[in-house]
Design a protein around this ligand. Sequence first.
Ligand SMILES: O=C(O)CC1=NCN=C1
Ligand SMILES: [Zn+2]
Length: 418
Amino acid sequence: MMDTLIVNIGQLLTMEGDGPVKGEKMKTLPLIEQAAVGIKNGRVAWIGSNEEAKTISASHLIDAEGKLVTPGLVDPHTHLVFAGSREHELPLKQQGVSYLDILKRGGGILSTVRATRAASEDELYEKARVHLNRMLSYGVTTVEAKSGYGLDVETEQKQLRVAKRLHQTHHVEVVSTFLGAHAIPAEHQDNPDDFLQQMVDLLDVIKQEQLAEFVDIFCETGVFTVEQSRTFLQKAKEKGFAVKIHADEIDPLGGTELAVEVGAVSADHLVGSSEAGIQQLAHSNTIAVLLPGTSFYLGKRKYAKARQMIDEGAAVALATDFNPGSSPTENLQFIMTLAALYLRMTPEEIWHAVTVNAAYAINRGQDAGRIMVGRRADIVIWDAPNYMYVPYHYGINHVRMVLKDGKVVSERGRGDVS
Ligand SMILES: O=C(O)CC1=NCN=C1
Ligand SMILES: [Zn+2]
């Protein structure tokens, strides 16, 4: 007797397999037509044909109405916890003031830092909870959340405590990343190395209080150099953290090569990756996390070379990069459309990039991104006829229902229904 049986599934994307999916293999989408899924005690207990499902009893029946069913989406790169907003920067962008120039003027990240330092932990929690609810409504059941708007000992910990509380209280699983090395705060403009040392000294407390699993750094012109990033990430690894890096987002400094060199779990952005960097990435275990929403929102003509990365054999994931400055959107479905149009990724590659590969980019490959017997029942029932339709029809929310651990936690337009 199942707790829940989802029947009449037109296309079931199981994403079944083992490990991240690289290169050519991203083109083959494990799916079952006319399928059904049985759930017991929050886990997938049975997968089969709609015909076979007629012999199975369940306390709760969900009719997928012949439509698409997939694993819960995974967003492996967000700056979820912050205060304030940066709509006032939009006219500057329209006047052609670059992202790095706005930062240099004390705006951008530093503007969000001022607001986040001033906000209470509860204010940060309430605001992030609203964003997390919206991500859930878009079909996302696992999210990575970075700190990086404190840039001081107290506020970085405040942000990480908020992310931990959200993980403990919200349906969506939250994986925390310490991004204290996000920018050089105003008070340390003349001595960035002292600031970095202060962030290194914070690592012991973060580890002790289990406030983050990953450590990340913004390796960029006017922020942190490759040398500073190498030293910082090596120290983080020595202290037992997994590492990621904001690499080659705007200028091609060689962050991609550094990610492979230090054995980063993921290298993120990669718009300026060099040929050598792409080659090294393709032959490594580092996941390429691409953020086309940021290129789109910064009005860039240049996008990451996803086609080349996949053709060379890399495992590619997608994320929103949700943040108040360079990608203010929680909508991972819109990122799927941008990936089709500007990264030239096929629908089959895109679905790998928002499920299984995104899960591996935050070390959740064993728990999320696949529908297989024994795994957590994090499942999305779509109001879409097939998997190609979601990236094709943009600007709306195609989700009909989201199950987390086998429980319906979000329904179209009804937000949290648990
Ligand atoms: O601008 C922001 O708030 C987030 C960001 N960090 C690095 N790139 C974008
Ligand atoms: Zn980012």
